[in-house]
Ligand binder design. Structure first.
Ligand code: NAP
Length: 213
């Protein structure tokens, strides 16, 4: 992995899933900015304590800053970075719906920025991620982003930020549709089982209607 120092802002569902794979598959060091470290997060990082710093008070180095907070949390979450991040640090956002222009307005004019849409299959290293880069992204930044997302699954580079809306619906939310179908299928299956049981037991019962002789 060419990125040696990775900053991860937000360690919720997706952030933790990606972090788990990166810890297993790379030797990079991580700085995590989190609001309240959850117990599952602390369990996840415990075996890698020598490679992780949480919420440092001193300045930190980062080859890549990965932003993994909810879109509505982004304004607040990037405040500590917009004044402290070196202009050559690659910024990678996985937030749905936040266009590259949003980050260009907030970071340095020359900041390399990648917008990526992975999905929760990252938790088992099977994400399908689609990435778009801004004009400041050089080959070495592209390599860093490629390595990051190949560590959590497969990756496609796209050249049009606008098309990521469709990607978010299909790929980013894809696993959620599968879970939803599985839940609906299980619900229907329960109803079908119940109806079958009802039919079987009603066949076994004597008719409640009086017998005609
Ligand atoms: N989940 C997916 O399948 C998926 C797929 C593609 C893209 N995405 C994108 O990935 C991003 C994260 O999604 P998620 O499902 O992982 O959401 P999530 O579980 O809510 O994780 C967001 C995390 O960011 C933390 N956070 C909020 N404000 C922060 C701040 N100022 N500094 C540091 N941490 C902060 C939250 O902490 P608190 O809980 O304390 O607020 C939470 O742990 C979203 O933008 C989403 O659009 C998600």
């Amino acid at each position: 992995m060419s990125a040696k120092n990775i900053l991860l802002v937000g360690c919720g569902n997706l952030g933790s899933s990606m972090l788990g794979q990166w810890l297993k598959k790379t030797d990079a060091h991580f700085t995590l900015l989190v609001r309240t470290p959850s117990l599952p997060l602390l369990d996840l990082i415990e075996p890698y304590a020598n490679r992780i710093v949480i919420n440092p008070t001193a300045a930190f180095k980062a080859d890549v800053a990965v932003l993994a907070v909810k879109p509505q949390q982004m304004d607040e979450a990037i405040v500590p970075l917009t004044h402290g991040l070196p202009p050559e640090t690659l910024v990678v956002s996985v937030a749905a719906g936040k266009r590259i222009s949003y980050y260009e307005e907030r970071f340095s004019p020359g900041q390399p920025i990648v917008r990526a849409i992975p999905n929760m299959a990252a938790s088992i290293g099977e994400s399908m991620t689609v990435c778009v880069a801004n004009k400041n992204v050089k080959d070495r930044h592209r390599t860093m982003a490629t390595e990051l997302f190949e560590a959590i699954g497969k990756l496609i580079w796209h050249d049009n930020d606008e098309n990521l809306t469709g990607v978010t619906a299909v790929s980013g939310s894809g696993p959620a549709f599968v879970y939803l179908l599985a839940i609906l299928w299980r619900k229907r299956r329960k109803q079908a089982d119940w109806m079958q049981r009802q039919q079987r037991s009603s066949r076994g019962k004597p008719s409640s209607a009086p017998a005609q002789h």
